[in-house]
Design a protein around this ligand. Structure first.
Ligand SMILES: *Cc1c(COP(=O)(O)O)cnc(C)c1O
Length: 408
């Protein structure tokens, strides 16, 4: 097919050319005397992205799911009680994994389109006076529904209840794109992956552990082998890995960390919000359609899930967009299969790039019989973006000013 594919799934995301080039490296000896330079570039760089001074970052050759496992297996024992909320496919899958590990999961089911139910968490934790709950799980950004939860508020709920449970956060589709604060929010285990905000191919599981979480290792009785954090830490301390690391991806990570440093994490977060606002303008004002997120407080700045009208199958829109316009949209998963499609707007993205996804989705919807006004989504997005001040990462003029100020 002529032209390029436009990738709007919320992971894997678009890999910048700079990062692609950085990964084109000959293989090398990962036990060489100079190899630790790479390890000692990546791990401190990741701490900045997690916004932690005290946490310990980890890089596994796995996807994000591997780090879900690492978080559980290194801290908990069979039969331990954990508290988790289910409001989308990803929060569901982490719960399912806990159950496979023989944990006793207290599940709070919340409507898909909402996020972590703070009041229920508060109530349950307050009543758990014996402190049987060992860990509290929270999915920061539920990618299946486009919902972001308030992790700082979850920490407050734990503190108010004076509850010592560990706080585990799935930050797979928020790290490096939505504000995430490991230290400020007292997170104990933060789990992420390479193929979303970090703009890399899939293949690195990336996580961060607090000292409190690491201290649980000795007493935690769940089986762990490949994902043993102590083995990883022991090797990392010498600058190496316990087994062959994913070398090319790690060189890509060096480059993406450089890009994050250059743009600035705050600017990146602002850019994601600005791009998300334009997308939401297209969906709600332009097309007059609804987001899956039930209230603005849940809006995700990395992915928007668009509810399709009754009688229309969202999968048809996605298929049409792909086959006819070479635009890849995200599918509705499990409970919301067919009911929505998703536009991922995270990672390496700007307005005009995002316009192509909005335009492709709009044409596909029209072809599938959804009566939106042609051009209305693109029009609403362009109105939003032109009327609001662009974050520095999208404005060459503003960037030039920054460079000039630094030079002065
Ligand atoms: C993508 C994603 C995962 C799964 O990560 P993999 O890298 O596919 O294993 C987990 N949680 C959330 C919120 C995600 O978006």
């Amino acid at each position: 097919m002529a032209g390029r594919n436009f990738l709007f799934v919320p992971g894997p995301t678009n890999v910048p050319d700079r990062v692609l080039r950085a990964m084109m490296v000959s293989m090398e000896d990962h036990r060489s005397p100079t190899f630790p330079v790479l390890t000692r570039t990546i791990l401190p760089g990741l701490k900045k992205v997690f916004r932690t001074e005290h946490g310990t970052p980890f890089v596994f050759p796995s996807s994000g799911t591997g780090c879900w496992e690492a978080a559980i297996a290194n801290t908990l024992s069979p039969g331990d009680k954990v508290l988790a909320a289910r409001f989308g496919q990803f929060s569901h899958l982490w719960i399912a994994m806990c159950q496979k590990f023989g944990l006793d999961v207290q599940i709070v089911d919340a409507d898909w389109g909402t996020g972590v139910p703070l009041e229920q968490y508060a109530d349950i934790l307050r009543k758990d006076t014996q402190h049987q709950i060992k860990a509290v799980l929270a999915c920061h950004n539920e990618t299946a529904t486009g919902v972001t939860s308030d992790i700082g508020a979850v920490r407050k709920v734990l503190n108010d209840a004076k509850h010592p449970a560990l706080l585990f956060v799935d930050a797979v589709s928020s790290l490096g794109s939505i504000d995430f604060r490991f230290d400020d929010w007292g997170v104990d285990m933060a789990v992420s992956g390479s193929q979303k905000g970090l703009m890399l191919p899939a293949g690195l599981g990336i996580m961060c552990a607090s000292q409190k979480a690491l201290d649980m290792h000795a007493q935690a009785k769940l089986p762990r082998a490949y994902f043993d954090l102590q083995d990883m830490m022991a090797s990392n301390q010498t600058g190496y890995f316990p087994y062959t690391p994913a070398l090319s991806l790690m060189y890509g990570l060096v480059e993406s960390l450089k890009m994050i440093e250059e743009e600035g994490l705050d600017n990146i977060i602002a850019r994601h919000h600005y791009l998300a606002e334009g997308t939401r303008a297209a969906i709600t004002q332009g097309w007059g359609m609804k987001l899956c997120a039930a209230d603005p407080k849940w809006y995700s700045d990395t992915v928007s899930a668009v509810m399709v009208p009754e009688g229309i199958n969202g999968a048809d829109v996605i298929s049409r967009a792909y086959k006819r316009y070479n635009v890849s949209l995200g599918a509705g998963l499990s409970k919301v299969a067919g009911k929505l499609f998703r536009i991922g707007h995270l990672g390496d993205m700007n307005e005009v790039h995002l316009m192509s996804g909005i335009a492709g989705a709009e044409m596909a919807m029209l072809d599938c019989g959804i009566k939106v006004q042609p051009g209305s989504g693109v029009g609403a997005a362009s109105d939003y973006w032109r009327k609001h001040r662009a974050p520095v990462g999208l404005d060459q003029h503003a960037q030039d000013q920054v460079v000039l100020q630094k030079a002065a």
